[in-house]
Write a new protein. Sequence first.
Length: 262
Amino acid sequence: MSRSTLNGKVALITGASSGIGKAASIRLAKEGAKIALVDVKEEFAKEVKDQIESAGGEAMIIETDVSVPLQVEEAFQKVSSKWGRLDIVFANAGINGVVAPIEDLTPEEWDTTISTNLKGTFLTVKYAVPLLKEEGGSIIITSSINGNRTFRNFGMSAYSTSKGGQVSFGKMAALELAGYRIRVNLICPGAIRTNIGENTFPEEENLKKVKIPVEFPEGSMPLEDHPGSAEQVADLVHFLASDLSSHITGTEVYIDGAESLL
């Protein structure tokens, strides 16, 4: 049997209804994993559940706001009650939030982005640990090239801070959880074709006062001449979820076609 198979494994994926979360849910289900689809609205994930089940897989939807501790804790309780185990956690939920100069960004706007992206990651990992400790497992966190290797997206101070924070948190978690055979790794996508832009609220007029002109060479994706796909990221998630990456933990993997090296 291939070491890449996930037969009998249970995966919980946040932000599972679209983009990278949707692609990863379908990819892991194809490999035999049972999928807990966690999203802020149940109806958002129904299409993904139907797609998994029509292909012979098994999935459940858990409506959860990842920034609310009780809801996140209850999500893991529901997984335990239904399937009795947990092997893979993909902490993927996130927003771009309000894009504005620091002086114009309100404390409430800052809090919303940090709470969803960074606190949401903390809560997802925190409440996963008791279940993952039973058999060991894999935690994968969606970070970004922004806040880790690039800082050219003006107005995204809150987003970049949350993404940089995720990498630090993930490395701390990897060391702390290693004794329980729980691996923690981070993916750092560049430009990927998803709908996260729908959760972006740029203040274009205000951004003019902080933007620094940057001239990119023709084609900002050296490896390919277009953004990556959610399916390409899902392949990476599958690798990190499987035993193929059994000796990898505390590592951030950049998946951006060398975009961030320009």
